[in-house]
Design a protein around this ligand. Structure first.
Ligand code: 4NP
Length: 153
């Protein structure tokens, strides 16, 4: 399966999702079943690596962090099987890209997979402190585990 994580800037939440998921599928022994990427609804940070605070948060959990920011395109809706948005604004903006209404079934809110967390959005950590980055990582680890349980064979 091809999975795409989507947030606003593609430097905090969605690259964290991408790297946490890549780590988790390796741990689960199902890495060969997945193609994994991330993107942002905005192009502000195109070409940049993940935010240093997000990188530090993940590396302290033993997770390797790679990737360069890019903006989501209409083509991504065709190419990916599962498109997971971090908050309601991301969800609305990705749905807007689906102008013909062909891909709605693939576009899902990431938090719908969380089992330990009841929040309905992964909150934007960009203007906050370290606690926000830890919460994002906790929520992403929770949902990624459940995505693997749901879709891996
Ligand atoms: P992300 O966080 O959407 O999780 O990558 C943000 C990154 C950058 C900005 C906002 C949120 N920004 O305003 O530049």
């Amino acid at each position: 399966m091809n999975i795409l994580f989507v947030c606003l800037g593609n430097i905090c939440r969605s690259p964290a999702g991408e790297n946490i998921f890549r780590h988790a599928v390796k741990q689960a022994g199902v890495a060969d079943q997945w193609e994994i990427d991330s993107s942002g609804t905005e192009a502000w940070h195109t070409g940049k690596g993940p935010d240093a605070r997000m990188t530090k948060t993940l590396e302290s959990r033993g997770i390797e962090v790679t990737g360069k920011a890019r903006q989501i395109s209409e083509q991504d809706l065709q190419d990916f099987d599962l498109i997971l948005t971090m908050d309601n604004e991301n969800f609305a903006n990705v749905c807007k890209l689906d102008t013909k209404g062909h891909y709605g079934g693939k576009i899902k809110k990431f938090t719908s997979f969380c089992k330990q967390h009841t929040e309905t959005e992964v909150p934007d950590p960009y203007y906050g402190g370290q606690d926000g980055f830890e919460l994002v990582a906790d929520m992403l680890e929770d949902g990624c585990t459940s995505i693997i349980e749901t879709y891996s064979q």
